[in-house]
Design a protein around this ligand. Structure first.
Ligand SMILES: [Fe+2]
Ligand SMILES: [Fe+2]
Length: 278
């Protein structure tokens, strides 16, 4: 089909995100920094602290409902100490990438924040050791969509039209046009940016959780959170269909009706709170 884009070509284009004219200088710098094999806490702290706007956005995030430290974290070094390097790296990326798309892609930021809130709640309930890391997985799970929309705007419009016309999910329509989906694209970048495997897999398999090998629980949590946020109507994932919940992922989490109610209440509260991150 002439409309389709070869997957290796596409991967190459996505992985050279630094070359994108629409990507501002800070993101290029961040991307370069995240690729470093050994990024020290001091280096990351210094980088963020050198940018007051970025600092305040990250502090707002960590003190919001998605991370559960209301008004307690006052500096980037404190955030790194409490949340760990990976969480702060993920937030740095989330905040800067989503900043790009707030202007072009309405509602995806709210959808992503909703997923971060739901994922943290469920991770805590399931006694996952690092619920904040799962929250970052929720925040970044659709990052591939941002990249696709920015890189391939015309094609992505066709993807959305096809999904709407045929009543299929965006994920399915993406596969027809690109031979890859936003989950693939997100995972390429997460790998390139040296994120831990649980984050990579939660992004890669959030629509097909049974394929996850090393992060089944985290992937199931993000998968179910995605559906709950959709169902609750918070933000928009630019998909008309609420994704079907995979029975294995659902079974793995063993959530009760009361748990679901609690997640939905938490979402409601977070979305109605007037912090600027929403
Ligand atoms: Fe998705
Ligand atoms: Fe999503």
């Amino acid at each position: 089909m002439s409309d389709t884009i070869d997957i290796s070509l596409m991967r190459e284009r996505v992985e050279t995100i630094e070359a994108l004219p629409t990507v501002p200088a800070t993101l290029k710098q961040i991307s370069g920094m995240l690729e470093k094999p050994r990024l020290s806490i001091e280096e990351l702290g210094r980088f963020i602290a050198g940018d007051p706007a970025l600092t305040s956005k990250i502090l707002k995030m960590v003190n919001s409902a998605a991370y559960g430290f209301p008004n307690r974290i006052s500096s980037i070094s404190h955030a790194i100490m409490l949340l760990g390097l990976n969480v702060v790296r993920g937030l740095l990326l989330g905040v800067s990438v989503f900043e790009l798309m707030r202007r072009n892609i309405e509602g995806l930021w709210e959808h992503s924040l909703g997923c971060a809130v739901a994922a943290r709640w469920i991770a805590q309930k399931k006694q996952v050791k690092e619920p904040e890391e799962v929250s970052v997985c929720g925040l970044l799970h659709d990052i591939g969509k941002v990249i696709l929309i920015l890189h391939f705007p015309e094609e992505y419009e066709k993807v959305q039209a096809k999904a709407g016309k045929e009543g299929i999910t965006l994920h399915e329509a993406e596969r027809v046009f690109f031979d890859a989906t936003h989950s693939d694209v997100g995972s390429w970048l997460a790998r390139k940016w040296r994120f831990p495997v649980n984050l990579v897999e939660a992004i890669e398999y959030h629509h097909r959780p049974r394929l996850s090998k090393s992060a089944q629980l985290e992937t199931a949590i993000v998968h179910v959170s995605d559906a709950l946020v959709h169902a609750k109507g918070i933000g928009t994932a630019h998909d008309d269909l609420v994704p079907a919940i995979n029975p294995d992922a659902w079974g793995l989490l063993q959530l009760s009706v009361n748990d679901i109610k609690a997640v939905l209440d938490e979402l409601e509260e977070a979305a109605s709170s007037e912090t600027e991150v929403w």
